[in-house]
Design a protein around this ligand. Sequence first.
Ligand SMILES: [Zn+2]
Length: 225
Amino acid sequence: MLSGFLCAGVWPARAQTSETNRCPLCWERSYPNGPCDTPLPKGAPVPGQPCKECDGQGGITNKADGIYDQIGCCNGVPYNPARQGCCDTGKGPPIVTTNSALVDPCEVAKNLPEYHKGAFGAAVCYNGHVTPCVFEDNIPSSWDDWVKDCIMAHEEVHASDPTYHCWKCDPHVGGWTNRQEGRAGECKAYRATMNCLATVPDSLEGKEELQRMTKEGIDENCTGP
Ligand SMILES: [Zn+2]
């Protein structure tokens, strides 16, 4: 009777969970070839679903919603730059917004404090996208367009900098997660302006002044700790 009991209890269970059968998502075996009776810990990743995680009880749950980050998640949906959407967690349940009716982010940026403080340009985040902007109204009108292009060169470096982050969906000037990355990012950008200015004829209005400002930026960000 004892051996018969074991047969009934053990062999069917093994047959059910042979190695060819994977455990369901968020479950694992507590011993090799055993039944899938152990839930994966809370927060364990779910393969192929970057915005889901295991809930610790064998279920699948949405990851916490995040504003645009490495993978921004919104209500279980990965942030998708191609959709020009963003996870809007401002009011009520998070939604993936669309900015298809978007006005020019550089126009929207005219409401930002950086603009009002007189910035020549900025890499403007809006709905997770970065747009390089030059703020013409803040630049002396006598400056040559060629010189202004060298301001754009600086913002373009930020816009394509993988360490430059947007923190929220609303228009804002992004930044870096730490000072070291920030200085490295500004260093690259000021150097781009300097390289650009090297191609500008000396006679052009604004070159000298921008060159001086750019040198200050390089001194501040490219040297020392
Ligand atoms: Zn900059």
